[in-house]
Each structure stands twice: as structure tokens, then as C-alpha cells.
Design a protein. Structure first.
Length: 132
């Protein structure tokens, strides 16, 4: 099972574990201008993510779209439609088309990366970013 409804009943203090969903490879970092200090950093997902996406839930077209995105974050990181590295915020935005276009934001910290949030976006806005 996966999804928002499932996560509500989880005791956040008991057996708290993060899930690795990817890594920043050297090739990826070179392609997107990400500093070499971050090569091989793990990209992690935690239970805490649900608290950060709550403010975006109503922006999804329906519950199924939200749940599908939540369950397929690895796919967004592994096969994005478009990627932007934000040097000032030290974060990576992965854009992906699922049931709707979404942005998955990955923050880079001292020794790993973590998904900080995700939200739906308009393809037109992504394409404007691509053409800058």
C-alpha cells in the first residue's frame, strides 16, 4: 500500500527510516552544472515528506493523481521530463509527467539529498523554463 491515507496511521517515532530512491551520479551532475562535491550523494525520501506536501494536496486534480505521484517519486528522479539545478537554494527540481505534470524538489544538505516537496505544475511553465 502507498499513499497519503496509508501514512496517516504510522507512528512517526517508531522504526523511523528513510528510503533511498536514487543517487546523484557524476554524469548527472556534470550535465546539470551541479558541483562535483555532490557526486554520489544519496537522494532520500522520509515520512516527514508528507508534512511538507500537505499545502499542495488540493492543487492536484484528484486524490489518485496525488497518490500516484507519491508512490512514483523514484520514477520522477530516474526519468525526468526536465531538470533544473538552483544554485542559490542548492536544490534540484525534477519535472515529470504522471497523471499531470509535477515538480519534485530535492534539497542538497551536507552529506545527502532529500525530497523536500512535490506539487503539480503546468507544462507551459516548464517549457518556458526549458527555453530560457
Amino acid at each position: 500500500l502507498c499513499g497519503f491515507i496509508f501514512l496517516i496511521g504510522i507512528n512517526m517515532k517508531k522504526n523511523y527510516k528513510n528510503k533511498e530512491i536514487g543517487k546523484l551520479t557524476k554524469t548527472f551532475c556534470l550535465k546539470y552544472g551541479i558541483p562535483k562535491d555532490y557526486y554520489e550523494y544519496k537522494i532520500m525520501q522520509s515520512f516527514g515528506l508528507i508534512y511538507h506536501v500537505q499545502k499542495h494536496i488540493e492543487n492536484f486534480m484528484n486524490v489518485e493523481s496525488f497518490n500516484y505521484t507519491l508512490c512514483n517519486l523514484k520514477e520522477a528522479v530516474d526519468n525526468p521530463y526536465y531538470v533544473i539545478y538552483d544554485f542559490e537554494k542548492n536544490s534540484i527540481k525534477y519535472f515529470k509527467k504522471f497523471k499531470e505534470y509535477v515538480c519534485v524538489v530535492v534539497n542538497i544538505t551536507n552529506f545527502e539529498c532529500h525530497i523536500s516537496t512535490f506539487y503539480p505544475v503546468n507544462k507551459y511553465n516548464i517549457d518556458k523554463l526549458k527555453n530560457k
